[in-house]
Design a protein around this ligand. Structure first.
Ligand SMILES: Cc1cc2nc3c(=O)[nH]c(=O)nc-3n(C[C@H](O)[C@H](O)[C@H](O)COP(=O)(O)OP(=O)(O)OC[C@H]3O[C@@H](n4cnc5c(N)ncnc54)[C@H](O)[C@@H]3O)c2cc1C
Ligand SMILES: NC(=O)c1ccc[n+]([C@@H]2O[C@H](COP(=O)([O-])OP(=O)(O)OC[C@H]3O[C@@H](n4cnc5c(N)ncnc54)[C@H](OP(=O)(O)O)[C@@H]3O)[C@@H](O)[C@H]2O)c1
Ligand SMILES: Cc1cc2nc3c(=O)[nH]c(=O)nc-3n(C[C@H](O)[C@H](O)[C@H](O)COP(=O)(O)O)c2cc1C
Length: 607
């Protein structure tokens, strides 16, 4: 017998919601004597199942996925709430049944900044017991890092230790995350629906729509879909072919460094950004390197290979635009070692020899392997299939849209170095520096929204900006923005680079800002102008008393630039400032910094 749907098509639900409700009600009343023509108005309302979606995200990818998941959850009849992991204090875990965590990994297997506080909490004496909680984790990472998806793994394991029930296995996404993330999202629903099914009963109808569709956090993401703000036409999956309109060197002649200021037109893109966002740039590879690889392969480049979309392209084109052809991936090395028959290469791949493998790979690229192990032969299509997909690079935006409408500016350190007898070129930085012709070459871009790196809403607040080298980028944007907004808060910049004479990036602009008051204070640390290194953190310590005064006056602290050493040392220095000038002991200083993070007064954009 055909079942007449319980929920009529006139009811104010999307087709998916209606289908879900009909399925649910059919199951619920399967044994009851309810007539086929039952109507919604006569039925008890179904209370949507609450679902907590929490994310840890440094540059917005995990956050976007978390919000997309929440939007889907609404369509499937859940009542999702979305929070960053550090907002755990707003959540009463005792009342939560379902938790989804979407998190990326930063540093060396660490949680992103907006998840670090929650990680600490889960490992403290105050960690909640979570026996009643059902959860699953979507982890984002990059296989080129040794602790792949480390943060996602840690959260997954710790939640289990605290008694929570893993209802669906963790997914681990590499940089090309879409397929794995979508697969996990498709499969996790069945497990989520089962949670608490036995105890789930309809409540009395209140007269309102039975499905509470939105919460405060969800409104923004739903509005995006529903047409409040149109979803951007251009994004990571569909970048905009922009044109470079300005390009200049920021280092003077004689510098050991090569940093470029690059202006890109957004005309015709519909793309918008806020200061603190990053720009994604999809590069093409260096044609000379492609020719060297073709030569080592014994190919002329005209060989047909799959283009990844059910069509064919030439081998040369695939190597230029689609493939990552510099750093070899582990999968590539594995296949390569088998084909080369080289015993030493093969033995480097056993987990116990990880350090030796890292040492072997330092400064070695795909082209070196092909030249050094000529016994390894590949069919063109096999070779392309072994290479990873080219990935976009992110750059902190160095302009304010109010100061430069229709444009976006970048501050790019060009990567060039010598290794194993070859001159190496960073793919994207040399693409922008050497291979893009102003106003001619299309540059594929998208805006990577960052919700975690933002100016204080209150323009009266003081801000302390710590940005050596290219770390200056977002702070140029912040200062332009505060000036354009007429913000009255004090602005203090710590900038450093190798040498004052050659490497004082944006010197004229910064000095003009000092003169007109847009910049209250500028402290510089030129590391190589004297025998001992002087870095920005040394300047912070020299001026510890004033830094402390600014902190006590409510200053927000921002750090941008090198993650591997600078950001860690600046963090140590901030703790020292609080101890030295604030009269706190080490534990109190750590608590002070923790509180700064909770209040979003200590934000970092580090890479
Ligand atoms: C959120 C975010 C913001 C960023 N903002 C900026 C910014 O504002 N400005 C900026 O310039 N960059 C920024 N970056 C870095 C940028 O994304 C790229 O990583 C950088 O430009 C290098 O990319 P590339 O393609 O030129 O080099 P790649 O081809 O990716 O090569 C870089 C790799 O080369 C290797 N390498 C480099 N030097 C050496 C050496 N001496 N010896 C051996 N190996 C070496 C290292 O393995 C390194 O990872 C940012 C990154 C992130 C994640
Ligand atoms: N591999 C390379 O040869 C190379 C070269 C430049 C940049 N990079 C990388 O490229 C990216 C961008 O570089 P960038 O132009 O922004 O400059 P950067 O290399 O971060 O240097 C900017 C300034 O920071 C100093 N610095 C070095 N270590 C520091 C520390 N622990 N704490 C504080 N300051 C420190 C540098 O001094 P000193 O350099 O005098 O120590 C320099 O004066 C960074 O991620 C960096 O790692 C690589
Ligand atoms: C400085 C830096 C460090 C990273 N460290 C790791 C790591 O240790 N392990 C890993 O799997 N991925 C690592 N990643 C990759 C990120 O997790 C990955 O790019 C992720 O998609 C970023 O997501 P987000 O935008 O939500 O922060 C690192 C990326 C950067 C730029």
């Amino acid at each position: 017998m055909n079942q007449v749907p319980y929920v009529p098509s006139s009811a104010p639900f999307s087709p998916e919601q209606r289908a879900w409700l009909n399925g649910y009600l059919t199951g619920l009343f399967a044994d009851a004597n309810v007539g086929d023509s039952a109507r919604l108005a006569e039925l008890p309302a179904v209370k949507p199942d609450p679902l907590l979606v929490m994310y840890g995200s440094q540059t917005g990818t995990a956050e976007q996925l978390a919000r997309r998941f929440a939007t889907d959850a609404e369509k499937r009849g859940f009542a999702p709430r979305v929070f960053e992991l550090n907002a755990f204090a707003s959540v009463d875990f005792a009342k939560e049944n379902r938790l989804i965590i979407v998190t990326s990994t930063w540093g060396d297997g660490d949680p992103p900044d907006n998840a670090a506080g929650f990680w600490q909490h889960l490992n403290s004496d105050a960690a909640p017991q979570l026996d009643h909680l059902s959860y699953s984790v979507l982890a984002l990472g990059d296989k080129t890092y040794s602790d792949f998806c480390g943060a996602g793994k840690k959260f997954d394991e710790r939640l289990e230790q605290l008694g929570a029930k893993r209802i669906h296995p963790r997914a681990e996404c590499d940089v090309d995350y879409e397929t794995t993330a979508n697969g996990w999202m498709e499969r996790v629903w069945a497990a989520l629906v089962k949670v608490g099914q036995a105890s789930r009963l309809p409540e009395n109808r209140s007269g309102d729509s039975p499905i509470q569709m939105t919460t405060e956090h969800d409104v923004a993401s739903s509005r995006h879909e529903a047409g409040g703000t149109p979803a951007p036409r251009y994004n990571r999956a569909n970048p905009f072919p922009a044109r470079v309109i300005a390009h200049g060197k920021l280092n003077a002649a004689g510098s050991a460094k090569d940093t470029r200021h690059i202006g890109i037109s957004l005309e015709g893109s519909g793309l918008t950004y806020e200061v603190g966002d990053a720009l994604g740039v999809m590069p093409t590879n260096c044609p000379t390197l492609v020719s060297d690889i073709l030569q080592a392969l014994g190919c002329d480049g005209e060989e047909a290979v799959p283009d990844g979309q059910d069509c064919e392209t030439s081998l040369r084109q695939a190597l230029l635009t689609r493939c990552q052809i510099t750093r070899p991936s582990i999968d590539f090395l594995q296949a390569f070692s088998e084909r080369s028959g080289d015993a030493e290469l093969k033995s480097l791949l056993v987990p116990a020899r990880k350090t030796d493998l890292d040492e072997f790979l330092r400064g070695r690229e795909v082209v070196d392997l092909l030249s050094n192990f000529p016994a390894a032969r590949f069919e063109p299509a096999q070779f392309v299939a072994l290479l990873r997909k080219q990935q976009p690079r992110l750059y902190s935006i160095s302009s304010s849209p109010r100061a430069h409408p229709g444009e976006v500016h970048l501050t790019v350190a060009v990567v060039r170095y010598q290794s194993h007898g070859r001159q190496r070129k960073g793919v994207c930085s040399t693409f922008l520096a050497d291979r893009v012709e102003n106003k001619v070459t299309p540059v594929s871009i998208f805006v990577q929204t960052s919700h975690g790196f933002r100016l204080p809403a209150d323009g009266d607040r003081p801000i302390i900006l710590i940005g050596p080298g290219t770390g200056i980028a977002p702070f140029r944007a912040f200062l332009e923005e505060r000036r354009a907004l007429g913000a009255t808060g004090r602005n203090w910049l710590f900038f450093g680079d190798q040498c004052r004479a050659h490497d004082f990036l944006y010197r004229e602009e910064l000095e003009a800002m000092l003169a007109d008051g847009a910049l209250t204070r500028l402290d510089t640390a030129f590391s190589r102008d004297q025998r001992e290194k002087i870095y920005v953190q040394h300047r912070m310590l020299e001026h510890a008393r004033e830094v402390w005064e600014w902190l006590e006056a409510g200053a927000h602290v921002y750090v941008c630039g090198d993650a591997s050493r600078m950001a860690k040392d600046v963090d140590v220095a901030l703790h020292e400032v609080i101890q030295k000038a604030g009269g706190r002991d080490a534990a109190q200083a750590a608590e002070y910094v923790r509180q700064l993070k909770v209040e979003r007064r200590y934000q970092r954009d580090v890479y």
